[in-house]
Design a protein around this ligand. Structure first.
Ligand code: SF4
Length: 451
């Protein structure tokens, strides 16, 4: 029989056990207030027949630790599809769908605003899904991400953003959605899919190939090749943001209640495009850092239950609320990392290497060709770094890739004796379902009993 590999050293495990005993009591008696206080937020409230809650980027935080948090929330709320479309129509800015993740420095260096694909389901997601099912006969049980993309691009085909920057490492249905978008009038540029996993060719050759692809994409974006000095500056800027966010996450381990999970999502979400305002974003980061450095001199003594979230938050705001009520704190996020770009090579190759390294770490998700097998390595690194006591592995319902990832993680972490709960969700901004709520509560109870 295999002996499970310990996920933390003995000393850490002893300290963890002691702290966990306190945690168990705290979890049992947790009576902490709800931090998330969006105007019309009541999870599970039925309004006109549907359950309603705001998107996490439209939420407000009750009793924020710092004025910088209030301003971060305002900045996050101000940056949305309507704002980008306004800039296109009234200020002649250039915008495309896509390009808001690993490739964001290229977009900024070509004066192009990336509209995140996630904006496609930030609003009207149920309507988009109905269009996909009724008009395009996509089966109702199919992936909600695919259905909302088809439906939303269909309804927005005459709106200001008519170009899509695609990466061909996504799943087959995603390629079909993008082909469909091309057929209804969108102009599409597809970066040739390159993977770090191909056997037989050196990684350097593949990096050069992807760099050439990115240079061609820059011509498509702005009519001429990207200025590489400017791209290098954008890479340095993003690295600077990622370092600050990483430091905030480190300090948060000592002060887990000062900055909630919603705020961390804002910080990570803003690290690519700075919500359209790098000056303000960096000013907020600096203020938060200074305040947290000071606060961390007196570490929090109230017990908390540290957890890792792999995948998106199932149930949006209500998911965070459930955890916060139990003093469970998300200390690690696998989907959006704080890994740095290399600055010791030409910038286009640096982007290519960043993508390959993310694929090998299982970061960034299936749309960028991440490995189903290797996401667990990233999770293990986070567990070791943060001392997390449990893993919430989430996946989009009906996604074959995500269900494989979950199965692999379930097998692996159960063998290790590390607590894991697997949840499925859709892209809709619906509060947690009864089933999700029960599973999360049961998981938290299990953790409180086992430590
Ligand atoms: S969730 Fe899965 S099926 Fe849906 S678009 Fe992503 S990879 Fe494809």
């Amino acid at each position: 029989m295999n002996t499970p590999t310990p996920l933390m050293p003995d000393s850490a495990a002893t300290a963890a056990t002691a702290a966990a005993t306190d945690n168990a009591a705290a979890i049992a008696t947790a009576a902490r207030g709800i931090r998330v206080d969006a105007l019309d937020y009541e999870p599970g409230v039925t309004r006109h027949g549907s359950r309603h809650q705001p998107n996490i980027y439209d939420a407000k935080v009750e009793n924020p630790f710092s004025q910088a948090i209030v301003e971060l929330g305002e900045l996050a709320r101000s940056w949305n599809l309507e704002r980008i479309e306004h800039l296109v129509v009234h200020e002649g800015r250039r915008a495309v769908w896509g390009g808001a993740a690993w490739d964001s420095p290229l977009l900024r260096a070509t004066d192009t605003i990336p509209a995140s694909i996630m904006e496609l389901w930030r609003k009207e997601s149920h309507r988009s899904e109905r269009i996909a099912e009724d008009t395009f006969h996509i089966p109702s049980e199919f992936c909600s991400m695919i259905k909302t993309m088809i439906g939303r691009w269909h309804t927005k085909r005459d709106d200001p953003i008519k170009r899509i920057l695609a990466f061909s490492s996504g799943c087959e249905p995603m390629s079909m959605v993008i082909e469909h978008a091309r057929n209804i009038g969108y102009e599409v540029y597809t970066l040739e899919g390159v993977t770090a996993f191909k056997v037989g060719e050196g990684l350097e050759n593949r990096a050069k190939f992807l760099a050439a692809e990115l240079r061609k994409a820059s011509v498509w974006l702005q009519g001429k090749p990207v200025d590489e000095d400017r791209l290098s500056a954008e890479i340095r800027l993003k690295n600077a943001a990622l370092k600050k966010v990483a430091r905030i996450l480190d300090l948060r381990l000592k002060r887990p209640f000062d900055i909630g999970s919603i705020e961390v999502m804002w910080l990570l979400g803003g690290s690519s495009g700075y919500f359209g305002n790098p000056g303000k974003y960096f000013e907020i980061l600096d203020r938060l850092l200074a305040e947290l450095e000071e606060a961390a001199k007196t570490p929090e003594t109230r017990p908390s239950l540290p957890l890792i979230l792999a995948g998106g938050p199932p149930g949006g705001l209500s998911f965070f609320q459930l955890l916060e009520k139990a003093d469970a704190v998300l200390v690690g996020f696998v989907l959006l990392g704080t890994s740095l770009y290399r600055e010791d090579m030409p910038p286009l190759e640096s982007l290519a290497h960043y993508l390959f390294e993310s694929q090998l770490r299982g970061e960034l998700g299936e749309a960028t060709g991440a490995s189903a097998l290797l996401r667990r390595r990233g999770i293990e690194a986070l567990i070791e770094k943060t001392g997390a006591r449990g893993l919430i592995s989430s996946a989009i319902t009906a996604c074959p890739y995500a269900s494989l990832v979950q199965q692999l993680e379930r097998n692996h972490f159960r063998k290790q004796g590390f607590p894991i709960v697997a949840l499925e969700h859709t892209v809709h901004n619906d509060p947690t379902t009864e089933e999700q709520t029960m599973k999360i509560k049961a998981f938290l109870e299990q953790l409180s009993e086992s430590f």
